[in-house]
Design a protein around this ligand. Structure first.
Ligand SMILES: Nc1ncnc2c1ncn2[C@@H]1O[C@H](COP(=O)(O)OP(=O)(O)OP(=O)(O)O)[C@@H](O)[C@H]1O
Ligand SMILES: [Mg+2]
Length: 374
């Protein structure tokens, strides 16, 4: 567009952007004062968590309840738009539930000191974004960190050799003006970032969506190591191969829990009967979890949602409207918080989410006994 019209459009665009930002800021409650708490053991309790995005009236999560203990590995599955990523965001404290609670040990995630929470929780979002900076800075979440800590995280993620093969190793610049990484490379560096500092709670949202066989093997090793160290792991998964290492499975549909329980109890209902000959349940690593008829009856631990006679469809790869990572996943100038639990950035319900919002007082919720199938 040319001439005076374009000349006048710039301020109008800026004003619209300002209005959107102001409206969003008003929608975000203020952070409550926090108290320094001792490091958590990794017990996670989701207690009737309901989430209605700001500006919407439709709940994206409905009365979600479950509990996992330190060292548990939970596989989170369900069809596209079931609410898996939204649940991850609530768990890492990006947004508070509209009602209900997410607790790490006994304390509401949202009441933890943000910096502490970032130390105790590792988060690999579905759409990995890396900052403009070095590989080392990205793994260290743009904070000061020793080489040993960064290399330990990279080794745990199985990405150390890959980094050494980049032009300047750990000092390789990535992001807008730096090296262009593949989706799989970004995901593996993102995994190292999530593992940085050995978090007590690790939340991985489709960590293997861009990984090849080697990458997936490295991911498996990392999960097993974290479990051995007593960390709690939540992993949104699409491929059955990755489910072999989980202890518990949570199936979501339409924002509600459809099934929750021990892996061997839940997976057969999702995957159908084991093939008569050969192969592990669920097939090889390339197979997607497919829709099968749920096998009647109220499944273990289900708190809400459709249960019997429905289809359990775990793992379609259809994409939701996504935040577009500027520069193909490179740095977007969002700052280090974007990578951190409780921080802003890609995890927020709005792409313009400027800050981690504060806890909304749970409306009329008293602690409910979380569902477990133990
Ligand atoms: N900020 C928001 N405002 C309105 N609706 C939202 C918002 N965030 C998420 N949703 C909606 O919530 C639903 C669940 O989204 P979510 O990303 O959690 O699904 P998902 O299970 O992770 O899907 P996928 O497997 O495709 O990643 C979708 O219908 C989505 O459009
Ligand atoms: Mg998702």
């Amino acid at each position: 567009m040319r001439g005076p019209i374009r000349f006048f459009q710039a301020p109008i665009g800026a004003r619209n952007a300002y209005d959107r930002l102001r409206n969003l800021m008003q929608a975000i409650p203020e952070l409550p004062p926090t108290t320094k708490l001792p490091p958590p053991k990794g017990q996670l309790t989701v207690d009737r968590a309901t989430f209605v995005p700001p500006g919407s009236t439709r709940p994206v999560l409905k009365q979600v309840s479950f509990e996992i203990k330190p060292g548990d590995v939970l596989g989170l599955i369900g069809p596209s738009a079931a609410g898996k990523s939204t649940l991850c965001r609530l768990i890492v404290g990006t947004w508070p539930p509209t009602s209900g609670h997410v607790r790490l040990d006994a304390a509401d995630v949202y009441s933890w000191d943000r910096v502490d929470l970032g130390r105790y929780i590792g988060y690999l979002p579905q759409d990995v974004e890396l900052f403009s900076g070095t590989v080392k800075e990205n793994i260290a979440r743009m904070m000061a960190a020793s080489d040993e800590m960064v290399i330990e995280a990279a080794q745990l993620a199985g990405v150390h050799d890959l980094i050494l093969h980049l032009p300047d190793g750990y000092q390789t610049q990535i992001g807008d003006k730096g090296a262009v990484l593949s989706g799989g490379q970004r995901q593996r560096i993102g995994l190292a970032r999530a593992l940085f500092g050995r978090p007590k709670l690790l939340v991985l949202d489709e960590p293997n969506s861009n990984l090849d066989q080697d990458g997936e093997a490295a991911l498996m090793n990392a999960i097993v190591s974290m479990k051995q160290r007593g960390s709690t792991v939540i992993m949104v998964a699409h491929r059955p191969s990755i489910m072999m290492h989980v202890d518990k499975v949570l199936v979501m549909r339409d924002g509600a829990v459809e099934m929750f329980g021990e892996r061997d109890q839940v997976l057969p209902k999702v995957l159908g009967p084991r093939p008569a000959q050969g192969g592990q349940q669920g097939g090889g690593s390339g197979q997607q979890l497919r829709p099968v008829a749920a096998q009647g009856g109220a499944p273990a631990g289900a708190q809400s949602g459709t249960q019997s006679g429905t289809q359990v469809m775990a793992g379609t790869q259809q994409s939701q409207p996504r935040r577009v990572a500027a520069g193909g996943g490179g740095g977007t100038g969002q700052g280090p918080q974007a990578a951190q639990p409780g921080g802003q950035g890609q995890a927020g319900p709005s792409p313009q989410s400027p800050a981690a919002p504060a806890a909304t007082p749970a409306s009329g919720s008293s602690p409910a006994k979380p569902s477990t199938a133990d």
